[in-house]
Design a protein around this ligand. Structure first.
Ligand code: DQA
Length: 150
């Protein structure tokens, strides 16, 4: 069974209570359940992680590439807008990365409109709430040629 990594950056452990008018009321545990249910439709195993630390996220990207993961669904959160190191780790990894944001980053402060991750991601999506994770997994499966189970 192929494995995908779902990586979540800083402050996403606070989902559910963090600025619910922007991020909604679902928790990170809800996101994990959604990701596992969606991945199961494609027979994909999920390695689901959240970290508030840039280096830990980079280590997870390296690990996913080293382990031959089928891809990464990645919400880099605040590091999206600051981290050249994250960009470099994805570029080095050579596995497909789908960038996801819960909120519509383009409809918010101007500093959120720039992503260091987008140029090395195979696709990016934002503004769908936590459903964006399910859409990203579905898109990743299509990209790597894995059909849904009948
Ligand atoms: C976010 C958007 C980022 O700008 C922000 O720093 C986050 C969450 C999102 O999912 O909408 O922490 O990635």
């Amino acid at each position: 069974m192929a494995t995908i990594y779902v990586l979540n950056g800083p402050n996403l452990n606070l989902l559910g209570t963090r600025e619910p008018e922007i991020y909604g009321h679902a928790t990170l545990a809800d996101v994990e359940r959604l990701c596992r249910a969606t991945a199961a439709r494609f027979d994909l195993a999920v390695e689901f992680r959240q970290s508030n630390h840039e280096g830990e996220l980079i280590d997870s990207i390296h690990e996913a590439a080293r382990n031959g993961a089928a891809g990464i669904v990645f919400n880099p959160a605040g590091y999206t807008h600051t981290s050249i190191a994250m960009h470099d780790a994805i570029a080095a990894g050579r596995i497909p990365v789908i960038e996801v944001h819960i909120s519509n980053v383009f409809a918010r402060e101007s500093f959120r409109a720039h992503s260091y991750v987008a140029p090395v991601a195979r696709a990016s999506l934002c503004g769908f709430g936590i459903d964006g994770y399910a859409l990203a997994i579905t898109g990743l499966a299509a990209m790597i040629g894995i059909a849904a189970k009948s």
